[in-house]
Design a protein around this ligand. Structure first.
Ligand SMILES: *Cc1c(COP(=O)(O)O)cnc(C)c1O
Length: 390
């Protein structure tokens, strides 16, 4: 297709809006945890398409499901019934315990749907979100996203009376709620902000406050969902049921799909919301296959075990007590290494040693590898991290 990576870089710059700063490698193919570049160099991928490739690159079951569905029916719109969509809805309800689903195509879209639904159901329009939150880049989802670097150029955004309160402080939420509050929206673990894990009991307390004040709780499980934290959904660690839950990322095994789930009775009615592509047969077939792989290969438990293995090993190696590393945080295979300096350089050095890692929030190395990663691969990742931190 192209004669060299340089040609790709040049044309990308010429024809694509420069919204992304990327390392100078062109990825060509992947299998499991390994991805190969233009020259066939292999990398152990701890980014996993940003917590998307939970079942690994090109899992044969997902590939086959897509192939088979593509030959039958790719798109119909939601003006007609299709079987994969209904089957996936049933499956999602079973694994999440939520009543009903609205299908869309991405994380931000599911957050948009959640905000819209909460406004409709409560008749109120004020939202409370957390400092450090990340919920997406569309105007609505950006309105509940905290970081000024994402929002300042676009202000004023859409939601009047939006309020941000300290994360991990349930009382702050109680104080912020007033008669106009429709919902509180939270990530159970803040991903983009650097794997910030709230104290045990926080979400439970927030849920109790929301129930007491008749305010909805929207849980954004877009990054934490589908086994990432060692449970199907992170909410299970606290045994809470949100009113609305957003999912996307790992849901389709690499195929774009998102969903907003809500408790029975918290629903849109005819024509109140829609999406042309949402829940199309091809995306749903991919998601069904991906969920089946997570079930059959017991990837939820694997995430828990290997996450614990990773954390222990990192501590044993003394990486945590190194001057460059300020803190290591993790739940399942959602792990963050907070450094005392920006991590850009480390990302480059890891790349040169055949490991892909991602830097988020400037100083946090985020490790969200496919859940199929092996102990040997984890050992390799840790030894490379150790080498470059030293
Ligand atoms: C990635 C992410 C989003 C946005 O999802 P997109 O598919 O990029 O729109 C929203 N919330 C959280 C918690 C995320 O991690």
């Amino acid at each position: 297709m192209f004669s060299s990576p340089e040609e790709v870089f040049e044309k990308e710059k010429r024809y694509i809006m420069q919204t992304y700063k990327r390392p100078r490698i062109v990825l060509k193919e992947g299998k499991g945890v390994i991805v190969k570049d233009f020259f066939g160099h292999e990398y152990i991928d701890c980014v996993g398409g940003i917590a998307v490739n939970a079942v690994g690159y090109c899992h044969p079951r997902v590939v086959n499901a897509i192939k088979e569905q593509a030959e039958k029916l790719m798109h119909t719109s939601n003006l007609y019934y299709t079987e994969p969509q209904v089957k996936l809805a049933e499956k999602l309800s079973m694994i999440s315990g939520m009543g009903k689903v609205f299908f869309c195509n991405s994380g931000a879209e599911s957050v948009e749907a959640a905000l819209k639904l909460a406004s409709k159901v409560t008749g109120k329009h004020k939202f409370i979100a957390a400092e450090g939150s990340f919920h997406g880049r569309t105007l609505g989802s950006l309105s509940v996203t905290f970081e000024t670097k994402f929002r300042s150029v676009f202000e004023p955004l859409l939601l009047n009376g939006m309020e941000f309160v300290r994360y991990n402080d349930a009382e702050a939420i109680r104080e912020a709620i007033n008669n106009d509050t429709a919902a509180v929206i939270l990530e159970p673990i803040q991903g983009e902000t650097g794997i910030i894990i709230p104290s045990e009991g926080y979400l439970k307390e927030v849920k109790e406050i929301c129930t007491e004040k008749s305010v909805l709780l929207i849980l954004d499980e877009i990054q934490t969902g589908f086994g990432r934290t060692g449970r199907w959904f992170c909410k299970e660690h606290e045994g809470i049921e949100p009113d609305i839950m957003t999912v996307a990322k790992a849901m389709g095994g690499g195929f774009p799909i998102g969903a907003m789930l809500a408790k029975e009775g918290i629903e849109f009615e005819t024509n109140e919301h829609a999406s042309t592509f949402g829940g199309n047969p091809l995306a749903c077939a991919a998601a069904l296959a991906s969920i089946k792989v997570i079930e059959e290969e017991k990837l939820v438990d694997r995430s828990k075990e290997l996450g614990a293995y990773f954390m222990k090993k990192v501590h044993d190696e003394g990486i945590g007590s190194n001057q460059v590393v300020k803190e290591i945080r993790g739940k399942g295979l959602m792990i963050g290494l907070e450094l005392t300096k920006p991590c850009g350089e480390m990302v480059e050095e890891a790349l040169e040693r055949g490991i892909l890692i991602n830097c988020t929030s400037d100083k946090v190395i985020r490790l969200v590898p496919p859940l199929v990663i092996s102990k040997e691969q984890i050992d390799r990742v840790i030894s490379v991290l150790y080498e470059i931190i030293k």
